[in-house]
Write a protein that binds this ligand. Structure first.
Ligand SMILES: [Zn+2]
Length: 296
């Protein structure tokens, strides 16, 4: 699709402030943030991207746009599958099956001994009893996870706007001068103040989803693993969850349930795993090795 227009707030110098002795630019109160990106393009009915044009270059390249389109549709598909899997167990009360149990036990802290106090009972495939209604049992925990997955799925399937981080060239981040970390996969500025980061205002108050288009394409990310970055950032934006630990960090496999449901990587890698039908531990950014063996 070829609809294209310049962002009205674009232009790096439009609201440029004066740098102080430390080189920090202070933007006068009331002015709009400086933006690095200057162009918005609709790549498909479900995907709009923001980026900074590179004069004399086709950017993003055709291959980079292909990857973006594939990653966006992959993210949507992964989340729909994840919700279907959660529904299968939570609503239709089918047996979890070992892959599902492994994924929940590992990524959401439901393994034996992982969650002191929560949930109060943690029996897999416990038969239904009226007395369990309102109890903090395993089904209650799974439903909490399902609610998060459903929200991410709803928003990503409604349409997504992805802003390029532009690691290689960017000299502004969040309206301030200074280059960003040159190896960022993605980020969504988290508005951890005033209580506005969660609840109905979360998506509006938290920043847009930013992804390193050129870096991930050049780094050989598959559509699935690019999608994982989108899902991780969507968890920040739409659920307002934080980063307790990334999957590749020590201690991740000991996080309790209460931390896991407030951790973006838990949702992202659990969703990828549910879509694969096997536990992916996420030990690196492109982990695709299914875990064999049971996690009880
Ligand atoms: Zn994060």
């Amino acid at each position: 699709m070829s609809i294209k227009f310049k962002k009205s707030t674009g232009g790096e110098l439009k609201f440029a402030g004066k740098a102080d002795a430390t080189g920090t630019v202070h933007i006068p109160a009331g002015t709009k943030q400086q933006k690095w990106t200057d162009t918005i393009k609709i790549l498909s009915p479900g995907l709009m991207i923001g980026y900074r044009e590179r004069p004399g270059e086709t950017y993003p390249t055709t291959a980079q746009r292909e990857l973006l389109l594939n990653a966006a549709s992959s993210a949507r598909e992964i989340m729909r599958t994840a919700v279907r899997e959660m529904d299968r167990v939570v609503f239709f009360r089918r047996a979890e099956g070992q892959p599902f149990t492994n994924i929940m036990n590992y990524h959401f802290g439901l393994a034996t001994g992982r969650s002191p106090g929560l949930p109060a009972t943690n029996v897999v495939d416990k038969s239904f009893s009226l007395g369990d209604l309102g109890k903090t049992d395993r089904r209650w925990a799974l439903n909490k996870i399902r609610e998060g997955m459903l929200s991410i799925s709803f928003h990503l399937n409604t349409g997504m706007y992805l802003i390029d981080i532009d690691n290689a060239k960017r000299t502004l981040k969040s309206g301030m001068a200074g280059t960003s970390n040159a190896t960022e996969e993605g980020y969504a500025t988290w508005a951890g103040w005033g209580g506005l980061d969660k609840g109905v205002l979360s998506a509006w108050r938290n920043g847009e989803i930013h992804v390193g288009i050129e870096m991930m394409h050049g780094g050989g990310y598959s559509a699935e693993h690019f999608a994982r970055v989108i899902i991780h950032e969507a968890a920040h934006k739409y659920l307002g969850v934080t980063d307790k630990l990334y999957c590749w960090q020590g201690g991740y496999d000991a996080l309790p349930f209460t931390d896991c449901v407030d951790n973006a990587d838990s949702y992202a890698w659990a969703a990828l795993s549910l879509n694969r039908g096997a536990l992916l531990k996420g030990v690196n950014s492109k982990d695709g090795t299914p875990h064999v063996g049971n996690i009880a």
